[in-house]
Design a protein around this ligand. Structure first.
Ligand code: UFG
Length: 339
């Protein structure tokens, strides 16, 4: 069974490609290489022992995408392709609305036109904003997004939900990811941030190998046990497996039309400081860090309840924070050796 994976050369997309092969699917990648590297494809082929088809096109190119979908006749589509830098989205909102929203519209229109039923959308816990209660469940109300990036996720969720209800020919899930970290244990694929990383773990690993002089912890005066922010850090391989579970759920569903939202997290939170200490311990390294001021727009404390995914998809996260941080560091060292 073929599955189109948009953004399949990216961080979460590439790990999902591996898990799809592992589960008997044939992933077909569509990626415009805007924030990914072609080398990922050869790494994927080495890791899986399979030749993954990859179309280097943009998901807003409707005619080309139509040809690909008609040719490949996929059982479903997993839509990762999106711009994802929160700060950049504030400076360039139209780039974010233009790409993230348009690509989703193009895909849904083509799915209706060609008769592809199953869609998995990459959403984010960013739709909860600063939550009223934690752990957040899918019943927590969504808050007004604090960035255009976050807003594109909420808008796309709505577009998908409205389309499912109106057209009665689609089965879709939005997976609300918490904070994906780590890398494949093989050391062959991982996160490849362009330039200075925005996210915590790539910043830590780059600091640990000497690529960056020092990590700044953004704020230690939050109302949390140690004053630093709390997040639900999930191993990217666990997250990738959630997509396979969601796909199996959609494919085996008897309903013609279905829309479900799932939190994809570990169910518990760790502070930034706890994560740093765990990184130092598991990798036997000392990290150079200092406390700085808060980063604008940061949520103080969020972690998710993933009981719904467990009950309906039969999925739960299995890997520990230790494993994720060992895998992330292995990947960073491998990058250093290969450069
Ligand atoms: N942090 C630092 N120093 C850094 C980078 C991050 O202290 O150099 C802190 C942040 O302040 C935050 C925590 O580490 O407290 C996690 O920050 P990330 O940037 O790694 O992740 P965020 O929780 O801010 O963002 C993630 C995803 C977004 C998504 C958001 C939803 O990267 O795509 O979760 O809450 F929108």
């Amino acid at each position: 069974m073929k599955v189109i994976v948009t953004g399949g050369l990216g961080f979460i997309g590439s790990h999902t490609v591996v898990e799809l092969w592992n589960s008997g699917f044939e992933p077909v990648i569509v990626d415009n290489l805007s924030n990914s590297n072609e080398s990922v494809l050869s790494q994927l082929n080495e890791l899986t022992g399979k030749q993954t088809t990859c179309y280097k096109i943009d998901c807003t190119e409707v005619d080309m995408l139509r040809e690909i979908i008609r040719e490949e006749k996929p059982e479903g589509i997993i839509h990762f392709a999106a711009h994802k830098a929160v700060g950049e989205s504030v400076k360039e909102p139209l780039k974010y609305y233009g790409n993230n929203v348009n690509s989703t519209l193009v895909l849904i229109n083509l799915m209706r036109e060609i008769g592809i039923k199953n869609l998995i959308f990459s959403s984010s816990c960013t739709v909860y904003g600063e939550p009223d209660s934690i752990p957040v469940t899918e019943q927590n109300r969504r808050k007004k997004a604090t960035s255009p990036y976050g807003n594109t996720k909420a808008i796309c969720e709505d577009i998908i939900e409205n389309s499912v209800h109106a057209y009665q020919c689609l089965r879709a899930t939005s997976l609300r990811y918490f904070n994906p970290i780590g890398a494949h244990p093989s050391g062959l694929i991982g996160e490849l941030p362009l330039g200075v990383p925005n996210n915590l773990v790539p910043y830590i690993t780059q600091t640990a190998v000497g690529k960056r002089p020092k990590l700044t912890v953004f704020g230690n005066d939050y109302d949390t046990a140690d004053g630093t922010c709390v997040r639900d850090f999930i191993h990217v391989v666990d997250l990738a497996q959630a997509h396979v579970a969601a796909l199996n759920f959609l494919i085996s569903s008897k309903s013609e039309s279905l829309y479900e939202v799932f939190n994809i997290g570990t169910g518990s939170g760790n502070s930034v400081l706890e994560l740093i200490q765990c990184f130092e311990e598991v990798n036997s390294v000392k990290l150079n860090y200092e406390f700085g001021s808060r980063r604008e727009g940061d949520i103080e404390k969020i972690y998710g309840c993933a009981d719904k995914a467990r009950a309906i998809l039969g999925w739960k996260s299995n890997k520990t924070l230790q494993e994720a941080l060992a895998d992330a560091y292995r990947w960073e060292r491998r990058l250093l050796e290969s450069n």
